[in-house]
Design a binder for this molecule. Structure first.
Ligand code: ZN
Ligand code: ZN
Length: 329
């Protein structure tokens, strides 16, 4: 397919998908900082991704915005662009491009398991499938998030004198974990670090049930004892968190599968809750698209490229710089 290249530049329309550097025309899959950057002249994205970009970078973070609803085809010269939910965070989209009878899908980040804080992933059959591979190794088999939430609730009931402090990315993970706690019946107020406030407000305004949230203030440390405090991972070990009463450090991330990493980060209770597809989701999704050409980006490309080869598909790694889930704050 010569009309889209390894930099995810679509030549017939002069647009890039999730460009790292400022460009004239950008199509943005979702609001995470390694995909959505400020400074583009024109941005095409889902309405929620546009709102999230404005919340994070300011109203004027692009020259102009064009919102495109899911499932609504947009024709630009001889390319038709349609956004389909990627199941990753609120508003996250896979980009379907149709040109001269060929179909290409660029997933951005995605997961296929149900997550009530975002629109469910939609499978699209295509000729070229550009997939992420953040957790592209067979060792990554994410447990059910509900199992991880019950571990957390059990720990709270066993150690009621401690303050459970959970490290979560501000966009997506925070709201998903809060939502999962509510689904599990946890109805006490949840305390949130100031860095999570705006995005939690936005999710709530979009109808995601987060229940009662309170700003985590150190002067309220007695009120937070025995409860749940959420903060960005960067705040877990700073002065602020050390002033909480007997904090028990938790972190919610797909990376918690790697025990050494949890240990190195001082995480006492690792919660394997991922917003990315695990190995089985990646391979079964690739199969289900029916695509013969697979481009793999964003993480551990080699194993997935190899797997594609042995299952008879043409696969190539893309080495796009600057993509890293751990950059998320
Ligand atoms: Zn992402
Ligand atoms: Zn990403």
């Amino acid at each position: 397919m010569h009309w889209i290249n390894h930099e995810l530049y679509i030549a017939p329309i002069g647009a890039y998908i999730d460009p790292i550097k400022p460009v004239d025309k950008a199509i943005i899959t979702h609001g995470h900082a390694d995909h959505a950057r400020p400074g583009h002249r024109k941005v095409l994205a889902s309405p929620q991704t546009i709102e999230i970009m404005k919340i994070r970078y300011g109203e004027n973070c692009a020259g102009s915005f064009q919102p495109l609803e899911f499932g609504e085809p947009l024709r630009v010269s001889d390319v038709t662009i349609t956004l389909h939910p990627a199941g990753h965070i609120l508003g996250s989209a896979q980009i379907l491009l149709e040109h001269k009878g060929q179909k290409a899908v660029v997933t951005g980040d995605y997961k296929t398991i149900r997550d009530n804080s975002t629109q469910p992933f939609e499978l699209i059959e295509c000729d070229l499938f550009v997939t992420e591979a953040t957790f592209g190794l067979p060792v990554f088999q994410h447990p059910l998030p509900q199992t991880e939430i019950s571990k957390l609730l059990f720990s709270i009931s066993e150690q009621p004198e401690r303050t459970h402090l959970i490290g979560v990315y501000a966009l997506g993970k925070a709201q998903r974990v809060i939502g999962l706690l509510r689904e599990a019946g946890y109805d006490r107020p949840i305390f949130i670090h100031g860095a999570l406030e705006k995005l939690c407000d936005y999710y709530a305004s979009e109808g995601i049930n987060l229940g009662m949230l309170r700003k985590a203030l150190v002067q309220d440390k007695e009120a937070m004892q025995g409860g749940i405090v959420m903060a960005p991972p960067s705040a877990l070990r700073d002065r602020w968190s050390r002033r909480l009463l007997d904090p028990l450090i938790c972190q919610a991330s797909g990376w918690m599968t790697i025990k050494q990493r949890a240990k190195r980060n001082g995480v006492e209770l690792p919660l394997i809750i991922s917003d990315h597809a695990d190995w089985n989701e990646l391979t079964s999704t690739i199969e289900a698209t029916g695509a013969e050409n697979i481009w793999v980006t964003h993480g551990r490309e080699d194993a997935l490229v190899h797997w594609c080869g042995i299952t008879g598909k043409k696969a190539e790694p893309l080495s796009i710089q600057g993509r890293d889930e751990e950059l998320e704050t």
